[in-house]
Write a protein that binds this ligand. Structure first.
Ligand code: B12
Length: 343
């Protein structure tokens, strides 16, 4: 019943688990106790309901879990923006699909009872429930990996009052593969299945809204919003949806972005979460890390920006750019010197 309707509703994956204490609860509590959640106080504040949804929704007996593949926007993708964010905001698209599913289900089955749907921002541990509901297994990159689709999927959850026979939990492991751990540019995956969020580029470029401590700035490299390194390296994503290859726009275009342009280009995407100022600060930081001469004039303009944070970050980035330029010249001279002495 529920599954066939799930498929009709356009979800790529669908499964059901019985509401109760999550087997992973000790890891969740350990993550918070160790501070690895950084500034994400929303995780700490709601830890009890994240460990057992009945704490916040005592009527919940079933947890319906769905997944939908990431669909990238065809046009206007920016280098340094993660594949899921170069798309219409999944909080809206998947959210609308879940509300419609709940509405149709209640019409067809009045005894379904109370239901609450969540996508990402609700106090529900979506990956762990998706595993419990049979959608896949938790990879060493801590993401839910689905057999046919890999991890480039978005998860949604419905807490339901009616008791639906649960599916078997997802099986599967990463075996000896450790490509994601080796690919993570900052070592945020401290061990298999354990992430120190404070080191994760997605945390630094999304959750901190541009306020990146000086010591962490080099860590983001050329990323300006989110990071796909641990997914790009994953062999399970070879089969899944491939990010759209669109004409990359350069970092300096992001630095020069007006607020109106920001709303026009990113208004309906997850990038909104970083805010206009946050995205510009991330882009200036990326220019400081990897930017070339094409960024110089944009950074110069930022020295007169009315916002002191933008001015300070631009000064930091120009130092980085200048240092790389000098290093470049030094190398050139050394190369010439070497070639002279060889003759
Ligand atoms: C907070 C959060 C983040 C944080 C922290 C991530 C994290 N791993 O905690 C930051 C900002 C870093 C982040 C980044 C990303 N996120 Co995020 N995020 C969330 C959110 C809101 C909560 C996740 C959570 O509960 N974390 C708490 C910690 C404790 O859980 P955990 O680290 O995953 O650990 C789990 C297991 O690994 C295990 N565990 C923990 N420690 C240990 C230790 C051992 C030894 C073992 C065996 C197990 C174990 O128990 C924990 C609970 O299951 C969920 C949405 C939701 N409501 O669930 C989306 C969500 C997980 N994110 C998602 C995505 C897509 C991403 C990014 C790929 C986005 C991007 N491209 O930049 C990156 C990937 C980074 C990564 N490898 O995790 C998707 C994942 C889809 C999927 N296939 O799994 C979700 C489900 C959003 C959605 N609705 O689609 N995210």
């Amino acid at each position: 019943m529920a599954e066939s309707r799930g498929r009709q509703s356009g979800f790529d994956l669908f499964g059901v688990a019985q509401a109760g204490p999550l087997p992973d609860a000790p890891h969740l509590r350990d993550q918070i106790a160790s501070g690895r959640h950084g500034r994400m106080q929303f995780l700490a504040r709601t830890i009890d309901v994240r460990c057992d949804p009945r704490v916040g929704f005592p009527w919940a007996k079933s947890v319906i879990c769905v997944a939908r593949r990431v669909h990238s926007k065809e046009a206007a993708s920016f280098n340094g923006i993660a594949c899921y964010a170069n798309a219409v905001d999944y909080h809206c698209t998947l959210g609308e699909m879940l509300s419609k599913y709940v509405g149709d289900m209640k019409k067809e089955f009045p005894r379904a009872g109370r239901a609450r749907a969540f996508v990402d921002s609700g106090p529900v541990t979506e990956k762990a429930w998706a595993r419990q509901a049979g959608l896949g297994f938790i990879g060493k990159n801590t993401l839910l990996i689905a057999p046919e689709l890999g991890s480039r999927i978005h998860l949604g959850t419905i807490l339901l009052e009616a008791s639906i026979p649960p599916d078997a939990p997802g099986a599967g492991t990463c075996g000896d593969c450790r490509r994601c751990l080796d690919a993570c540019p900052t070592g945020a995956l401290t061990e298999a299945g354990r992430l120190d969020a404070r080191l994760c580029i997605a945390y630094l470029t999304v959750e901190r809204r541009g306020d990146i401590p000086e010591a962490d700035r080099p860590k983001i490299g050329a990323c300006v919003f989110g990071c796909d390194a641990c997914q790009d390296a994953c062999p399970h994503n070879r089969r899944g949806p491939v990010p759209a290859d669109a004409e990359p726009e350069t970092i300096d275009r992001l630095i020069d972005l007006s607020e109106a342009d920001f709303d026009r280009l990113f208004g309906d995407t997850p990038v909104q979460r970083a805010t206009w100022k946050g995205l510009r600060l991330n882009a200036i930081t990326a220019a400081g890390n990897v930017g070339g001469n094409s960024c110089a004039s944009s950074l110069q303009k930022c020295l007169d920006d009315p916002d002191p944070a933008i001015r300070e970050r631009a000064r930091w980035a120009i130092e980085g750019l200048t240092l790389r330029r000098h290093r470049g010249r030094l190398c050139d001279r050394l190369l010439i010197l070497n070639s002279c002495t060889d003759k």
